[in-house]
Design a protein around this ligand. Sequence first.
Ligand SMILES: [Zn+2]
Length: 431
Amino acid sequence: MDLVILGGRLVAPADAAEPVDVVIEGGRIAAVVPAGEAPAARRTLDASDAWVMPGFVDIQVHFRTPGATDSEDMASGAAGAAMGGVTACVIMPNTNPPIDTPDMVNEVLALADGVPCDIRTSAAITVGRAAERLADLAALYDEGVRVFTDDGDCVADDALMEAALAATVRLPGAVISQHAEDPAMVAGGVINAGAVAERLGLRGRPAEAEVSVVHRDIELARRTGGRYHVLHLSVAAAMDLVARAKRDGVAVTAEVTPQHLVLTEDDVERLGTTGKMNPPLRLADDVTALRQGIVDGSLDAVATDHAPHHPSLKERPLVDAPPGMIGVETMASVVWSELVASGQMTPARFVEVVSTAPARIAGIIDHGQPIAAGSPANVSVFDPAESWTVRAADLQSLSLNSPWTGRTLTGRVRHTVLAGRPVVANNDLCA
Ligand SMILES: [Zn+2]
């Protein structure tokens, strides 16, 4: 045997309370046996007092390749992912140049060769992300793309959005992912339209800009039968629209970021430019509703919108600094600390929202599978008791814009196994 993960616990089936050994051979899980009964292996990893979970899947990251590799590159982005227990990522296409052709897909994926995370790419909905005409979605689909998005920008044009959603009907498993902010309503907006923006004399980005786009898109998804996904949903009223559409049988899903589950517009003054992102940090009532929604299934998945920016860019004034926060390395620990350790979410639901559901939404079939014989060996071993204090400089990212700096989190990834090979062992990257 290649590898045995010794003495961990599984979140499912629900009666699996006893520790197990997970036996890995040839990149797959060969067997799950009672602890102490595994055959000898070339390598072992200790999982005592830890959960053995399917590797986490982050379906919204920006690794800035090509175009801004001083902010992040494939190696640094993937290293952070691995340290965070993330075995698969979907990168966004707002690179320079943008990812909008099969050739660009192949070029970008070649740059991710050999990194310690399985990198998948989305592709732009429109040529050059210019919102003028559709990219060749069928050709991109044939190249393996399943997620289409102009992220960074919203597809505001009704006809373009309808055509994109209609196209997914003929592309099984494809999804149109929207950055849902009406560009006219957020023009010049810096942070949430609210008390903090008023106090700081800044133009705001209103919640209604998100709600109106989500409403429009759901109606288009209903009419076309296309599959629709809301990126980084931030407003309670938008979540309510998604939940209602699901009950109506519309093919809609939504993700939420860790920061929108914890932070509010009030944190912007403390965080400075690190607290600036699009869509912005909202209100305490939104946070309360979104936390309930990710537990009860109104929201489907957690994704980070990991958005590194070189420190020099975030040193600009709030008005000029680019939006975004890093988060791929801290995602699991933040969600565990805030929701599972506090008793609001079960470990089984945690696995669903950070692994199973995002893999399903993005059409990634060899991740998010149960820890069982026959599954691909993409595994995260998570210690629920380890507490650690985040320091941006200690994270793998080339950028420092973590909103969690100084925060002590409960729960940490101990090992990460990618296709049967340890990429993180005992909190350290493997060579
Ligand atoms: Zn976005």
